[in-house]
Design a protein around this ligand. Structure first.
Ligand code: ADP
Ligand code: MG
Length: 680
């Protein structure tokens, strides 16, 4: 068992009360009654009046008050979608956009994709009729490319603004500008109760509309001592809560899919072993790649007598509200991107969450009744080790994508763009440099023809460049597949605990000389040859859902090829061409083997091949990687063996022969060892 001590209480606005039983919850008759019971409802008229009177309105309200699901409906009812005008509501997360749109469609009694729809990258569930569009912030950003003044929208609601994702932050600047020359456009900025004053100041002192909270007090408990293995501690604590605490569902915050799946498996396993000694415990995961039918399950009411435990990523922090949660279990971590502009290395790491985040999480326990939050860290750690707030993403990510987009929108002076928080100067500079190296910008920083094409593709600049390069190497069929597989990566292979050996063998069977990109290509090609069969996936320990998604992505990218003037062609088994095309996009991400292991070519950073890679044992001299992931070390994920001469072929402006010489080879006499540079 794990010992917790009660330390503080998160104040509520309501008196503590007994948790409602699930039968009571089920009795809440109609969906309309639920709508009327939400905290925002009594403010409907006041809110609509404020929107009518002000062009920009900041809306602040506790999570679950009805901002996301209700406000767009109010606007719809009020006639903001007359004459075919649309309402956009942005979400930082794909899952939230899908789930919320589905909910609103149900509330309005329409089919999802008709009046209400969602639009996320590689998946568009909207039609001509769609007037309420839930979309990721990244998708609205791309809307600017086709409609720079957002002329078909009457209202833009930037939701979950407190998340401060990169795309949301860029949207602020663009929308502020559009609002100036479109006085009839309504702009709403919705946020949990954080930081709203900043938004108001940014939007020229726009008024803040507060939806009063409705939250019960939450008792906060900390562990007495730090926990070494938080996953194990989580599992133990969930069972402990289940056995010792009165009814009420549990919400657990973990950092990502792998962790969540592991925790769910462990929980189910232990419940099975305890059998009828404990009451039924429903274990439900929720994370970005979870298929939507599984996502919907977390919202279903818990059957009487049972208890539900939802194991979630940050998504449940503010984007989704699950009814009936009384207990929150918070290990205090989240997965965070960080970026080093000096080295150009981006990494995704599990880091302690901020205090603001921890308190949002705790708040989830007080929605329906007084709740409890168990933190798997000490009160001391909370006080001394957690940052106050999370640093906005714009200050800890690479900006290549966004800079390319802004350049395509004709915004040249990025240093003076209206940022809520400016990104580090070096990061902007490096993005410009990289886009120049990729041939997207010329030496004056202007968009090139190739850059314009790259911006057309909804993927990272390096991936776009790879796709464009497939024209030259006549292998676009293969490159499309690689691109599609890379965009669903890390969830291709299925590795159940009880069949690890079989699963690993199946994976090794796909290995091809050259590296992981070719392995991905191989998996996809064999699956296509099987007639896209689910049975084939099952037999080969491949995740059918991921493959289906890869197929969708591939189709969409294929549909865009014509726009970027790339013809369909196949390399006919000549994989060197595929590898060269990949190198043409990823020449920035290269490493070479030195006596002391792998070092990145330009920056000389120490890196390691991920143990899951097909090249883990071969240790080729030169390679490129798709991404770096920092866990215990800087791991390169998805690596491909290359030849150093290819770097000179695909990026002669970036690499000089000299730096690609083998430092350990015998020094050649100077006369003979002339570099290409010296020879002109
Ligand atoms: P906010 O945006 O203010 O956090 P929402 O509009 O997302 O609030 O949620 C309002 C209420 O709608 C929630 O309390 C929840 O009861 C309900 N709700 C939202 N999404 C779903 C869903 N997918 N299934 C069932 N209920 C939902
Ligand atoms: Mg919301």
């Amino acid at each position: 068992t794990i010992e917790f001590v009660r330390a503080t209480q998160l104040q509520g606005d309501e008196e503590p009360s007994a948790p409602p039983t699930s039968t009571q919850a089920q009795q809440k008759e109609s969906i309309q009654a639920v709508r009327r019971s939400l905290p925002v409802f009594p403010f409907r008229e006041e809110l609509l009046a404020a929107i009518a009177n002000h062009q920009v309105l900041i809306i602040e309200g506790e999570t679950g008050s009805g901002k996301t699901t209700q406000i767009p409906q109010y606007l719809f009812e009020e006639g903001y979608t007359k004459k075919g005008m649309k309402i956009a509501c942005t979400q930082p997360r794909r899952v939230a956009a899908m789930s919320v749109a589905a909910r609103v469609a149900r509330e309005m009694g329409v089919k999802l994709g008709n009046e209400v729809g969602y639009s996320i990258r590689f998946e568009d569930c909207t039609s001509e009729r769609t007037v309420l569009r839930y979309m990721t912030d990244g998708m609205l950003l791309r809307e600017f490319l086709s409609e720079p003044d957002l002329a078909s929208y009457s209202v833009v609601m930037v939701d979950e603004a407190h998340e401060r994702t990169l795309h949301t932050d860029i949207l602020f600047g663009l929308i502020k500008d559009v609002a100036r020359f479109r006085p009839e456009l309504k702009v709403l900025v919705a946020s949990a109760t954080l930081d709203t004053a900043r938004f108001s100041t940014f939007f020229d002192d726009a008024p803040v509309f507060r939806i009063p909270g409705r939250r019960f007090p939450v008792d906060i408990f900390y562990t007495k001592a730090p926990e070494a293995d938080y996953l194990e501690a989580c599992v133990v604590s969930v069972l402990q809560i289940h056995v010792t605490q009165p009814p009420g569902d549990i919400l657990v915050f973990l950092t990502g899919q792998e962790e969540i799946e592991a925790a769910c498996e462990m929980l189910q396993d232990r419940c099975r072993r305890l059998g009828s000694k404990i009451r039924e415990l429903l274990v439900l995961p929720i994370y970005a790649n979870l298929p939507s039918d599984m996502q919907a399950r977390i919202f279903q009411p818990t059957p009487p007598g049972a208890r539900k435990v939802v194991v979630a990523t940050n998504i449940a922090e503010t984007s989704l509200t699950i009814e009936g949660i009384i207990y929150v279990l918070d290990p205090g971590f989240c997965k965070q991107k960080s970026y080093n502009p000096r080295t150009g290395m981006e990494s995704l790491t599990v880091t302690p969450c901020s205090k603001a985040s921890a308190n949002q999480r705790a708040g989830r326990a007080g929605r329906v009744a007084a709740g409890k939050c168990f933190r798997l860290y000490t009160a001391w750690a909370y006080q001394h080790e957690l940052e106050e707030t999370t640093v906005p993403e714009i200050q800890r990510t690479s900006l290549g994508n966004v800079v390319l987009l802004l350049k395509s929108l004709g915004i040249h002076d990025l240093m003076h763009f209206d940022f809520l928080d400016a990104p580090p100067y070096e990061t902007l500079l490096l993005a410009l440099e990289q886009l120049y190296a990729l041939g997207a910008l010329n030496h004056l920083g202007e968009l090139t023809t190739s850059g314009r094409k790259m911006a057309e593709l909804p993927v990272d600049p390096m991936l776009s460049k790879m796709i464009l390069a497939s024209e030259k190497y006549s292998c676009s069929e293969e490159i499309l597949t690689v691109a599609a597989m890379l965009s669903v990566n890390n969830s291709i292979f299925y590795r159940p605990k009880d069949k690890v050996v079989h699963a690993d063998n199946a994976r090794v069977n796909f290995f091809l000389p050259g590296g992981d990109h070719l392995v991905l290509l191989n998996v996809y090609t064999q699956w296509a040859e099987s007639g896209y069969s689910s049975q084939w996936c099952y037999e080969n320990f491949v995740q059918f859902r991921s493959m289906r998604r890869a197929r969708d992505v591939r189709e969409q990218l294929e549909g865009l090829l014509e726009r970027v003037e790339v013809g369909l062609s196949s390399c006919q088994g000549d994989y060197i061409r595929v590898r060269k095309a990949i190198t043409a996009g990823y020449f920035y991400h290269t490493a070479r083997l030195t006596r002391s292991g792998y070092r990145t070519v330009k920056q000389q950073q120490t890196v390691f091949i991920h143990p899951n890679s097909s090249l883990f044992e071969q240790q080729p001299r030169w390679l490129l990687y798709h991404e770096l992931v920092l866990t215990t070390k800087e791991f390169m994920r998805q690596v491909l063996e290359i030849e150093s001469s290819w770097l000179l072929e695909v990026a002669p402006h970036y690499y000089k022969a000299k730096e690609l010489e083998d430092p350990h080879a015998k020094k050649m006499p100077k006369k003979i060892g002339k570099t290409r540079e010296e020879l002109g």
